[in-house]
Ligand binder design. Sequence first.
Ligand code: SAM
Length: 301
Amino acid sequence: MNIKYSSSHKNTEPENHVLYIVGTPIGNLNDISSRALNILKNVSLIACEDTRQTKKIMSKFEFTNNLISFNKYNSFKKIPKIIENLNSGQSIALVSDAGMPSICDPGEDLIKNAKFNGINVICIPGPCAALTALVSSGLPSSQFIFEGFLPKSKVERKKLLLEISNNEKTTILYESPLRLKNLLKELKDYCGEEREIQVFRELTKKFEEHIGKNIKEAISFFEGKEILGEITIVIKGRNKKIENNKVDEKKLKRELIELIQAGLSLSSASKYLAKKNTLSKKFIYNLYKDQGKFFNDDYSY
Ligand code: SAM
């Protein structure tokens, strides 16, 4: 179904019969937009995950409005009434405790139902911890994978960790501070301790921290510390090119010795190994030089 929005709706907001999905700050209350404030002040009612959180915004910006609680425990009961109110002409704003509703927060089902019932849904975008961490990381950010919280089920979790270890794109994860150490250990097992990673703690807040260059550093930073606050993790994708280009020099040297001991000249052995491993003959010859020239071979390059 195509719904037409009036081109002037931004000047007349909030409009009747519209469900507004409003992004709110992930820590710093000043991150709220003036458009979001206008909607929250003037809609018929605000459906909020926790009324106490929304009251903090109302108190800081000095306004009041009608609040109803809308969370993962009561959403199925509340959706029909909210749809009825929208149909009867109300404008309703949906907010979560922090960030964008529907991103690891309630909202999806209400939005789906509203759309199904022909109600206009308009998003007032705001902060999101995942994107704030991603752009702060300096890691490749135009293509990325957001996994939210990893599943608790062992099988599902292992499957996803394996996928993350193989992904070439940056991955973003949410985690509770209590489970962070365990997750870092799992990431080390699957991705290796050298994998680039950054742990973001308390984004946009007074004690914001960006921790680590790689998994090893992040683990050692948190060792013996109690972890508090909100955590988002950004993991660099696997670099298959570099891994493929990593040459096992020990193995090559051993093969070189074996070929020469079997009777091949250094020149032929180098040529053979260079071709087999798509390396230059000079590279193999340099390995021979490193070896201390313990073969009696008058190899000239
Ligand atoms: N809807 C939110 C959003 O748009 O980011 C996410 C809600 S999810 C229930 C809460 C999780 O987001 C936290 O456990 C943490 O992983 C992450 N998060 C939220 N605020 C954060 C902050 N200020 N710093 C770091 N991570 C944060």
